[in-house]
Design a protein around this ligand. Structure first.
Ligand code: UDP
Length: 237
């Protein structure tokens, strides 16, 4: 089914297929942090993220959020709709931590008074700088202001659905990053992935970090944590 490698990113490879509107996404075992200054590999991580992201995208589809996912092919491959990625990393935060705490001096772990949505430019060479609406327009990343509102609205809806879903499973959704793409008809679809590589999950009972921070901070048991996230996702409620 795979034809040729179209693109290789830090965590995924994209291949063309016989259908020009469809691509195959391969989830890699590579782990990177701090804009790829720290690199590692965790055997089986790609398959875990593929399964986690598939489950979450299905959940979001059921909640009315359109995504690029067509179907899972095997343990670490998905068939997806071809989209043009909007080069904005949309970050949603419920709790202060990471770069927000560092940049604005907000205490780590502090609950935010409202859900914060931020835009970052998807550009590794520039170190993914934070950008405002005017920057997005000036750089031509979107067509108009209303498109930014659509991104914000979708990001908030995704947060609502995921936050409630994970709370039932005793995981606090601290923050996460999503990317959107446009299909050939101009529809804005949730793309890329949602996994412990792109989210922060804190165990509600033990406070333990259950995401890529285990790799960033050398806490060990990265794969064990990802497996536990998948196990809880698959729990019937
Ligand atoms: N994030 C991501 N990719 C990036 C930057 C951030 O998936 O290139 C996610 C990260 O895992 C976290 C959220 O976005 O869930 C907010 O990250 P933050 O800005 O705090 O960055 P960090 O502290 O990781 O540098």
């Amino acid at each position: 089914m795979k034809k040729e490698l179209l693109y290789e990113g830090k965590a995924k490879k994209l291949y063309t297929t016989e259908n020009p509107d469809q691509l195959i996404a391969e989830f890699k075992d590579d782990l990177t942090a701090f804009n790829a200054q720290k690199k590692g590999e965790e055997s089986g991580k790609g398959a875990l993220n593929c399964q986690i992201s598939t489950q979450l995208f299905k959940l979001l589809e059921d909640a009315g959020i359109r995504t690029h996912l067509i179907e899972t092919i095997d343990a670490n491959h998905q068939l997806v709709k071809k989209v043009e990625i909007i080069p904005i990393e949309v970050v949603v935060r419920n709790t202060a931590t990471g770069s927000l705490s560092k940049r604005l001096g907000i205490e780590d772990g502090k609950e935010l008074p409202f859900v914060l949505v931020e835009f970052y430019l998807k550009d590794d060479a520039l170190n993914d700088p934070i950008i405002c609406d005017d920057h997005c327009l000036m750089l031509g990343l979107v067509e108009d202001r209303s498109e930014l509102e659509v991104l914000r609205e979708k990001a908030r809806k995704i947060n609502e659905v995921l936050k409630a879903f994970f709370a039932e499973r005793r995981l606090k959704l601290v923050d996460f990053k999503v990317e959107f793409g446009k299909d050939s008809e101009g529809n804005i679809l949730l793309s890329d992935e949602i996994s412990p590589d792109s989210c922060r999950f804190w165990d509600m009972d033990t406070g333990e970090k259950m995401d890529k921070d285990r790799f960033r901070e050398n806490l060990g048991n990265v794969k064990v944590a990802y497996e536990e996230v998948l196990r809880r996702i698959l729990e019937e409620k």
